[in-house]
Design a protein around this ligand. Structure first.
Ligand code: SF4
Length: 289
């Protein structure tokens, strides 16, 4: 748990606080933006919750935080906050919360569907989350967007018997036993709802999942920047090849979608035409970077 003696001075006075162990993953800012904001290298409490609704979101952030850097001075019960994950977004797509430190707090998502649920990247293997996922039908496939956000993939495999999917170019010693290794640079159909789109650049084997032609899970290939209010990709976190990442983005521009659900950075829903314009402007900036 967060420690009061490590409370960051930027926190607004009052109950909730962030301590100095924060890794600036942004999870709390996504979950409870009314309470948490982006500081220089860490999040902080910009406003204490004003009502029970905001307090509930702040408690959800406590649950989701990968390093237990959020604390409260008052005693709270967290049952409702734990039960809130996976959080429904739209059309069976859920946000898992319960971020894992080993994935640097990356977001993961559960797609609930008749053809078999897909867990996109790995949340923390936490019993309350695992029980909720089981109640939603378990996990048929675990799609790993790239090598960095695999966290507790082995535990989910053992619990649900899911087939794990990762591009061969991103397989490491920690993932050598994944069941499905994607190959090549061409899109790969899982079924008529799910398409894998290789997007080498951030890593050699980065892959997006496009679900129902509406939901794009890009891993760390691209995300929404809430401060500049634009779709964004960063050369600073390109671990493989920026030119290839730019080319991958140009190929991605050939698809229409209205949800962008990244591993890091913020998710966003825009009208498909607006999203297409955002992607085009992002490509133009990438070419200049
Ligand atoms: S969720 Fe935790 S680690 Fe991530 S930014 Fe918030 S306080 Fe920091």
């Amino acid at each position: 748990m967060a420690v009061l003696t490590k409370r960051l001075p930027e926190n607004a006075p009052g109950d909730f606080f962030v301590d100095s162990t924060c890794i600036d993953c942004g999870t709390c800012r996504q979950v409870a933006p009314a309470t948490f904001a982006d500081g220089r290298d860490a999040s902080y409490v910009h406003s204490q919750p004003a009502d029970e609704g905001e307090a509930h979101r702040a408690r959800m952030a406590v649950v989701a935080c990968p390093v237990a850097a959020i604390g409260t001075q008052a005693k709270h019960t967290f049952g409702a906050a734990r039960a809130a994950f996976p959080e429904p977004l739209e059309d069976g797509v859920h946000y898992c919360g319960w971020a894992a430190d080993s994935s640097y707090g990356a977001r993961s998502y559960l797609v609930v569907r008749k053809r078999g649920n897909i867990l996109v990247d790995s949340p923390r293997y936490a019993t309350p989350l695992v029980e909720r996922i089981a109640a939603l039908g378990g996990v048929r496939w675990m799609f790993l967007t790239h090598r960095d956000d695999v966290a507790d993939h082995g535990k989910f495999r053992r619990r649900f018997g899911c087939e794990r999917i990762l591009h061969r170019a991103d397989v490491t010693s920690a993932t050598r036993d994944v069941e499905v290794k994607l190959e090549g640079a061409e899109p790969i159909v899982l079924d008529d709802e799910a398409l894998f789109i290789p997007v080498p650049g951030h890593t050699r084997g980065s892959v997006c999942l496009l679900y129902r032609g509406r939901f794009l899970f890009p891993g760390d290939h691209v995300w929404w920047d809430p401060d500049r209010r634009r779709v964004h990709a960063s050369r600073n976190v390109c671990w493989f090849d920026w030119r290839k990442q730019t080319e991958s983005m140009e190929r991605l521009a050939g698809y229409r979608f209205d949800w962008l659900l990244p591993g890091h950075g913020t998710r966003v829903r825009l009208e498909a035409d607006v999203m297409a314009g955002e992607i085009a402007r992002c490509i133009a900036r990438m070419k200049r970077a």
